[in-house]
Each structure stands twice: as C-alpha cells, then as structure tokens.
Design a protein around this ligand. Structure first.
Ligand code: 5GP
Length: 178
C-alpha cells in the first residue's frame, strides 16, 4: 500500500506496517494459547471494524475455541454517553463460559463498557478484552483490557478494518490522519 492514502476529503499517512501488526498478533496469540488452555473460550467479535484483526488473531490461536459476532451501534448523537444497542445480537449462551471480546480499537471505552455490562449479566465465568489498538489518553483505564497490540496517541486512524466514513477498511497497514 502507498505511504499516503486519500479517502474522501482527508489524507492519511502510513503509521503501523503490516509486519509489525502481525508480530504483535503473534505475541497476543502466544499468550492466549498459554493462558486459555482447557478453557474453550468464546471469541465475541465486534463488527464491523474488528473482522480483519479477529481473523488474523484467531488463525494463530491453536487451542479449542468458538466464535460469535455482535454488531454494536451508538444511538445517533449520543455516542459520548455510551448508550449502545446491539444491532446484531449474540446467538450463543455465554453462561459459565470464558469470553474474549475482540475489538478493533478502544478509544473512550464507552461502547465496550456498555456491552461488557450486557455480557456480565449473561453469567459468564470470565470476560477478557482483546483489542488491536488502545488510546490510553481517552480511555483512562475504565476497565481492564488484557490483550493489546498497540497503545497509540489520540489520533484518528484507518485501515486494517477501521474506516473513515465507510472507506479505508481494506488495508493490511494502519494509517493515521495527516
Ligand atoms: P469508544 O466507545 O471506545 O470511544 O469508541 C469505539 C468506536 O469508535 C470504535 O470501535 C471505532 O469504531 C470508533 N473509533 C474510535 N477511534 C477511532 C479511530 O481512530 N479511527 C476509527 N476509524 N474509528 C475509531
């Protein structure tokens, strides 16, 4: 992919290259392979953005596991309040299961905070969060995030599943706004 990418009215520059992403995922997968032995975790993939990260991560997970999908949406104009709804809900019983939620990016964490409450109400044995990117300045440690590939400053990024107004998901590298 080129070093500069123009999507609609914005320019983006290459930020995290594919090789570095894959190396970080190798590290996460190794940890999951060690820490989740015998637990048969359910990976809950948060659509749309996490689909590429989840695919790469799960291919490297060698223990028994299952997957499920959820699509979350903030109510229009209220994303900052963290009021989210499931547009596509979970079709799996999480009671007494070890759950690993897979996100593309945790920014303020408000979206996931709300979904975590929903998941904990289902009576799981344990819930962990895996994310490709985390923005610590915005997040302020709202809840534990066990598996993180990269901690990044508060800058808007696209690529590797992440979009700008629907575009830009189709890149193996991550770009940041210029
Ligand atoms: P949060 O609720 O953690 O503030 O944000 C959750 C969602 O906002 C993410 O799942 C993602 O869809 C979107 N988001 C936050 N930061 C970025 C970013 O830098 N780039 C893109 N493309 N989406 C972001």
């Amino acid at each position: 992919m080129p070093n500069t990418w123009t999507l609609k009215d914005k320019s983006f520059e290459k930020y995290i290259i594919s090789q570095d992403i894959q190396a970080a995922i190798d590290g996460l997968a190794q940890r999951i392979n060690q820490e989740m032995v015998g637990k048969n975790p359910v990976f809950v993939i948060v659509l749309n953005g996490a689909f590429i990260f989840a695919s790469d991560l799960i291919k490297k997970v060698k223990i028994d596991c299952e997957i499920a999908f959820v699509k979350l949406s903030s109510y229009a104009g209220t994303s900052s309040t963290g009021i989210v709804r499931e547009v596509m809900g979970l079709d799996i019983d999480l009671k007494e299961r070890t759950v690993i939620i897979i996100e593309d990016i945790v920014d303020t964490g408000l979206t996931l905070d709300s979904f975590l409450n929903t998941v904990w109400k289902m009576g799981p044995a344990d819930v962990k969060v895996a994310t490709c990117l985390l923005k610590p300045e915005a997040f302020k440690d709202r809840f534990p995030v066990e598996y993180v590939c990269f901690r990044i400053p508060n800058e808007f990024v696209v690529g590797y599943g992440l979009d700008y107004d629907g575009l830009g998901r189709n890149s193996e590298d991550i770009y940041k706004i210029k």
